[in-house]
Design a protein around this ligand. Structure first.
Ligand SMILES: C[S@@+](CC[C@H](N)C(=O)[O-])C[C@H]1O[C@@H](n2cnc3c(N)ncnc32)[C@H](O)[C@@H]1O
Length: 381
């Protein structure tokens, strides 16, 4: 297996660059990447004239948006209805009258008397906001419900959901949400207005056409025809114990107005964090003894074995997958995730597999320190 370095790609393996780019920055997703990784795949692979791109862990739609900007049709799948909602809203086309209607919404009076509850599974949602922000957010939520034009209501709802981190006193600290009474929350209605204006402004110069198809689903069992995809560009959840249904739970519950949404998402989610079913069965042979000793490692690779098999099935005969991944330190054990993925891909049938390392980091694996890395595992069918 060939391993090479392309450290110029490292900065694009995080969401940092996406935070300041029109449309990419509509929803901050710490676990996302930047569009340059999509360009790297599109520019370095020989693709047929009208390729179809798939991202089976599409998150907030970086792959899909970049494909759209480049006039390429794409498909996205994610286990989270929040992620599919954000992806769809960022990659839809909007008419001029949609944009005017979104701006007109800002001058409508709000029904501040709204009393309905916002159901959140971890703690009462009202504890996450100053009183006034909580009531403004709920009033805006119910006013958006009354907007009949779906494109406009999605745009407004995404603007509202995207302000929650700034309008709340919540800190996202590693894999958990914490209430920080010292945090200064910004005024909800005001930042919502600014968001809507920004969204409309970003859309004035956005490319139209080639809207992707976005599906709520499970990458371990894709509802996609075999031999239909030219290129997969993706990044699965890392083996890092992040439960997306919790860390983005507040946003998800405001979208769905139901606390059951998080549990439903967990049913579809990959076993990349402790707490899911840790029953290690059918562990891939490449994992070795650590898979049995640390169950989360065994279950993670078991799930990724299913995902890589699905990618193999849906790719055309000359198709290729670019899988962005980070090696992990878990329970003080250094796990070479990229090498295990590469070995699994070879067993599954990919004819040529290589690892391109984009970044190296030092991880504290007491008592030692180890050099760990983020890479792209390229799998050619
Ligand atoms: C690392 S993020 C992808 C971020 C994406 N590259 C971006 O730029 O937004 C991984 C995504 O996988 C999703 N996910 C977890 N388990 C899944 C599953 N079994 N099937 C599909 N998506 C899943 C999570 O909801 C999360 O959005």
């Amino acid at each position: 297996m060939n391993i090479s370095n392309r450290f110029n790609l490292g900065p694009f393996m995080t969401f940092e660059h996406s935070k300041t780019r029109p449309i990419y920055d509509w929803f901050w997703y710490k676990e996302g990447y930047a569009s340059e990784l999509v360009d790297f795949a599109l520019d370095n692979e020989k693709l047929s004239p009208n390729p179809i791109v798939l991202d089976p862990f599409c998150g907030v739609g970086t792959t899909l948006l970049r494909a759209k900007e480049r006039g390429i049709f794409s498909l996205g799948v994610d286990a989270s209805s929040l992620a599919t909602f954000v992806s769809k809203t960022k990659t839809s086309d909007y008419s001029e009258s949609d944009l005017n209607e979104a701006l007109e919404f800002l001058s409508r009076p709000l029904d501040e008397g709204r009393t309905s509850e916002w159901e959140f599974e971890l703690f009462p949602a009202r504890a996450a906001f100053p009183k006034r922000n909580y009531s403004e957010i709920l009033s805006l939520r119910s006013a958006i419900d009354l907007v009949e034009n779906d494109s406009v209501s999605n745009l407004l709802l995404l603007a509202l959901i995207s302000i929650l981190p700034q309008a709340s006193i919540i800190l996202k600290d590693g894999g958990v949400l914490k209430i920080d009474k010292k945090k200064r929350a910004l005024p909800a209605k005001e930042i919502f207005r600014r968001r809507v204006k920004k969204f409309v402004n970003d859309l004035k110069t956005a490319k139209t056409g080639f809207c992707p198809q976005v599906l709520l689903g499970d990458a371990r069992n894709l509802d996609i025809e075999s031999n239909s995809i030219d290129l997969v560009v993706t990044s699965p959840p890392y083996l890092n114990n992040i439960d997306y249904s919790k860390i983005y739970g507040l946003e998800l519950s405001l979208l769905e107005m139901s606390k059951a949404a998080a549990a439903q998402m967990r049913m579809r989610a990959l076993r990349s964090y402790i707490g899911k079913n840790m029953d290690v069965q059918d562990m891939p042979p490449e994992v070795g003894e650590i898979g049995a000793r640390i169950p989360i490692i065994g279950t993670y690779f078991r799930d990724m074995d299913l995902v890589i098999s699905q990618m193999f099935r849906v790719l055309k005969d000359d198709g290729v997958a670019h899988v962005n991944v980070s090696n992990s330190v878990i329970h003080e054990t250094h796990v070479l995730v990229d090498e295990v993925f590469a070995e699994m891909a070879e067993r599954i049938g990919f004819s040529q597999v290589e690892i391109v390392v984009g970044a190296e980091r030092i991880a504290d694996v007491r008592p030692a320190k180890v050099k760990t890395r983020e890479s792209i595992v390229i799998m050619r069918k």
